[in-house]
Design a binder for this molecule. Structure first.
Ligand code: 13P
Length: 253
């Protein structure tokens, strides 16, 4: 089996003022200095990216954005482009988070355009997909994910997708305290890997990291990471405290 490097990513969503963000990242950098065997990423709010990236500097903590706009520049009030993100030291970008789909009108089509921008500028895209509770109950999980992946990745070749990270975030598990069981996560991640294989071949499927998000905590990370096809976690609430985030990064391996 391909040796995929684990990725633990923190999505701070709309939390933390700039000074809180600075304090937290300082603490994370200090506590995780020794961790060199996995990738670690923090995505603060836009306004803090620059200072947080400066503090993270050459450390093992990479910085990401929670969103981007697909144009390079222009009269798009309130938006931020890929080259702007690169210019402040951002290396990752989260695309198509369910909260953006739910509250800000993102569709598979806009997600696809954002993916294009990230890839063109060599940012590492974390493409988020996931089903709602209703869709799971009506047994539509796989068809929903199939559509989100195919439309989100439409028009790309396997060469384009070398850096792709897929984040499976079941909507019913986000911020609810309900985690998918490790078996539920594994089942879906396996499905996603086979879907990648069918569309882009075995090499890409085996090298792509598929991470899980939805109420990840220090007490469920070990079980999740023990699954064959779970290559990391996208952590919301539990990434806001340096202490809990670092416990998650230090999962059992
Ligand atoms: P929680 O960890 O707060 O459930 O959030 C998950 C998430 O949405 C990460 O992007």
């Amino acid at each position: 089996m391909e040796n995929r490097r684990s990725l633990i990513a923190g999505n701070w969503k709309m939390f933390k003022t700039s000074s809180d963000a600075i304090d937290t990242v300082k603490e994370i950098v200090r506590r995780l200095k020794q961790v060199i065997d996995i990738d670690i990423m923090i995505a603060p709010p836009f306004i803090s990216i620059s200072s947080v990236a400066y503090i993270a500097g050459q450390s093992n903590i990479a910085i990401g954005a929670q969103n981007l706009f697909w144009e390079k520049e222009g009269a798009y009030t309130g938006e931020i482009s890929a080259p702007m993100l690169l210019s402040v030291g951002c290396r990752y970008v989260i695309i198509g988070h369910s909260e953006r789909r739910q509250y800000f009108g993102e569709t598979d089509e806009t997600v696809n355009k954002k993916m294009r921008a990230a890839i063109n500028y060599d940012l590492t895209p974390i493409l988020c997909i996931g089903e709602s509770e209703k869709e799971r109950e009506s047994k539509d999980t796989f068809s929903v994910l199939d559509k989100q992946v195919k439309k989100g990745l439409k028009g790309f070749s396997k060469e384009n997708l070398k850096k792709l990270v897929l984040a499976y975030e079941p909507i019913w598990a986000i911020g609810t305290g309900k985690t998918a069981t490790s078996n539920q996560a594994q089942e879906v991640h396996r499905f996603l890997r086979l879907l990648l294989e069918k569309n882009f071949g075995n090499m890409l499927a085996e090298s792509t990291r598929i991470i899980y998000g939805g109420s990840v905590k220090p007490d469920n990370i070990n079980e999740l990471m023990a699954m064959d096809d779970v290559d990391g976690a996208l952590v919301g609430g539990a990434s806001l405290s340096a202490e809990t985030f670092c416990k998650i990064v230090n999962f059992k391996r």
